[in-house]
Design a protein around this ligand. Structure first.
Ligand SMILES: [Zn+2]
Length: 282
């Protein structure tokens, strides 16, 4: 079996919570002192008193280091650190996850992106079968494309990328993960063959989706994500300065993907306009 779709969430969760440092309760003073870092919307926002991702840490390395885009909310930086460390524990011989642009020190508009403005968006590399990292010296962008002619290349590591998606979603901090439509399609096919069909048809109820279905739901198909994924966090709880994006529709989104792909190309364009609105840039 390729995907451990029925992986018990607690075994992922308990190790993950330790990695994230979330096993201890937040003190009241931590809440009282909290600064609302994320301001405004993903595509029209800013960042106050940002947290900064180190250039490298357990399981991750920052790409494009000279760009000065390693800043984010503490939730986003903590999630990257925690999930990376967890993945390294599970696959100690794997390559590190490579982190692209997050946000500028004070947030706001940065070149090449419409979003990434309020410290809740980050671009990340995909895991590779050859376990080879992109050279840090190459700051031109993500260098490897994993979708060719609508199909995934052999170097896309299906299992470890799924583990990343699933672990990240299990923190309940992730609202969306933008990926190329071919990547979503692949996991839809695997879910169809391995998941519970009954769960698929009951998709209107979030709880009935199951853990794998919930992860699949968060994978949002979008063009220009064939060489990296883009994770987007919810506004942090209690942050009244942050503007939320509408929640992802219930269900896995696999039928909608099929419908999109079944249409004529021009219809795809108009459908994609809806996705564009949802994404607000990359
Ligand atoms: Zn992005």
């Amino acid at each position: 079996m390729i995907l451990t779709l029925k992986r018990p969430i607690l075994s992922v969760g308990s190790a993950l919570w330790v990695a994230l440092g979330l096993n201890g309760a937040l003190s009241l003073s931590a809440w009282a002192d909290e600064v609302f870092q994320a301001r405004g919307y993903y595509a029209k926002g800013s960042l106050r008193e940002p947290s900064s991702l180190l250039q490298e840490g357990p399981g991750y390395v920052k790409l494009f280091q000279s760009r000065g885009r390693q800043f984010g909310s503490r939730e986003l930086v903590g999630l990257i650190e925690g999930v990376s460390a967890y993945l390294q524990q599970v696959h100690p011989d794997g390559e590190r996850i490579q982190i692209g642009d997050i946000a500028a020190e004070t947030g706001g508009r940065i070149s090449g992106h419409a979003s990434h403005q309020n410290g809740l968006d980050a671009d990340l590399s995909f895991f590779r079968m050859n376990r080879t990292e992109q050279p840090i010296s190459d700051e031109s962008g993500f260098t490897e494309v994993f979708v060719k002619h609508g199909k995934l290349t052999e170097n896309f590591d299906i299992e470890r990328n799924w583990l990343f998606f699933h672990t990240a979603v299990s923190t309940w901090k992730i609202q969306r993960i933008f990926v190329d439509p071919a990547i979503k399609r692949l996991y839809c096919i695997l879910f169809d063959s391995q998941g519970d069909q009954a769960q698929l048809t009951r998709g209107s109820d979030q709880a009935s989706l199951g853990e794998a279905g919930e992860t699949l739901r968060r994978l949002r198909p979008y063009q220009n994500h064939d060489d990296h994924m883009h994770i987007r966090l919810y506004c942090p709880a209690g942050n009244t300065q942050c503007i939320s994006q509408e929640e992802v529709l219930p269900g896995t989104g696999c039928r909608e993907l099929q419908a999109l792909e079944g249409r004529h190309e021009s219809s795809w364009d108009s459908s994609n306009q809806k996705l564009r609105k949802e994404h607000d840039g990359w």
